[in-house]
Design a protein around this ligand. Sequence first.
Ligand SMILES: CC(C)(COP(=O)(O)OP(=O)(O)OC[C@H]1O[C@@H](n2cnc3c(N)ncnc32)[C@H](O)[C@@H]1OP(=O)(O)O)[C@@H](O)C(=O)NCCC(=O)NCCS
Length: 417
Amino acid sequence: KCFIFLMIRFLLENISAKKLAEYKCDTNEAICLKLVRFPEDVDDDSTTFHPEYSHQLFGDDEVAFGYKGLQMKIFYTAGNLSTLFKVKYSSKVTDTFDCVEPDDVGGKIREIIPAGFTSSTDDFISLLEKEAKFKPFGTLLHSYTIHNEEAGELTYQIHKADITCPGFQEYHERLQTFLMWFIETASFIDTDDDRWDYFLVFEKYNKDGETLYATVGYMTVYNYYVYPDKTRPRVSQMLILPPFQGEGHGSQLLEAIHRFYCSLPKVQDITAEDPSENYVKLRDYVLSKLCQNLPSFAADKLPLGFSADMIKEAQEKLKINKKHARRVYEILRLRATDMSDEDQVKAYRLEVKKRLFGPYRKNQRELAKMKKCLRPEELVSHMGQMDTQTQQEELEKSYQHAVEDYRRIIERLASHA
Ligand SMILES: CC(C)(COP(=O)(O)OP(=O)(O)OC[C@H]1O[C@@H](n2cnc3c(N)ncnc32)[C@H](O)[C@@H]1OP(=O)(O)O)[C@@H](O)C(=O)NCCC(=O)NCCS
């Protein structure tokens, strides 16, 4: 009897666990984002995009519990980013029947989207009419065109804004919500601090014969103080909204801010806060493009090594920091290396490995120190971590990885020359 009872209990628990599992939703899929220009965009699924991350709100599993067919719509008007927020689902667990409560998904989203959003699609559509009044904030720094296969020649503008621009603070609060979905470790900045600079990218588009502006992306830069009278702008967040990625806007923005800071004598050089791999790729490309025309980086100077002239010229003329200039040198030297000439290839390999070897050399010094003070059996356990063979293999891997990245940048320099 006892066995049958346990079996029934086990089966019932199993059934209810399975049933509850059906009420789990992947929050990256459930969150639907959209930038709306025309009323018909609202129901056009082809313009919807989804977060890459939602762990900051929904935990490491990026799962919401309690709903079937969950959809959290966060739609923005294309320019001003006026927001529609709506939660939809086909069914929900209830505390009476399922003895569990669903997650408060609306509450979690409202933690990051500023008040003032609407939940009515009709109200949102009527907000689209106000978009004609939306004008980019701040001063125009740079304008460029990109050819689009469907739309033809499109014009973009980069503006520098500050928090005192009327309406900008509220606009920035809406804009920064995107960071949560596309930057893994994003956090919001303290806009009361006046050391922040804001750079914004807009696309000009036509609606009923009028020119309107759509938000494309942005960058925040913090002006650090450097003793005694300099500043070191540090790129903090950079985001090109997903529908615009891979079209060259990121490079235009980074180049524009370099050109802007170059014109300020008090700026020492430009750095970045905790840069992602994608950001480093972008920066390598932009800085190589800028440095390739400097005399100290000329093809005949590159085989002579990374020189003081390169450091000085990159810093003085382009506000490029020494570490970044070193990478540019390696990229441009690879481009100038004749790959059929064994001596040139070997010299290049040694040069890059010398830089990469820095951290390994430190390891070896530590090992030498340990040898003096550890007992033989303790030494054996540390030897595994420090094994020179492994270090050589790691070094070779890092070298191959660097060269692969550099090759892609060289290709890009050639295709956008
Ligand atoms: C990283 C990021 C800022 C880059 O912006 P972007 O506008 O996509 O950058 P670009 O378009 O200039 O370059 C990206 C790629 O598009 C390609 N590209 C550039 N111009 C192009 C064009 N006109 N047509 C087609 N492709 C182009 C580039 O070759 C590049 O390719 P690669 O990645 O193989 O090198 C953007 O992807 C982003 O916001 N990502 C999420 C947030 C993030 O990671 N931010 C950085 C750290 S804070």
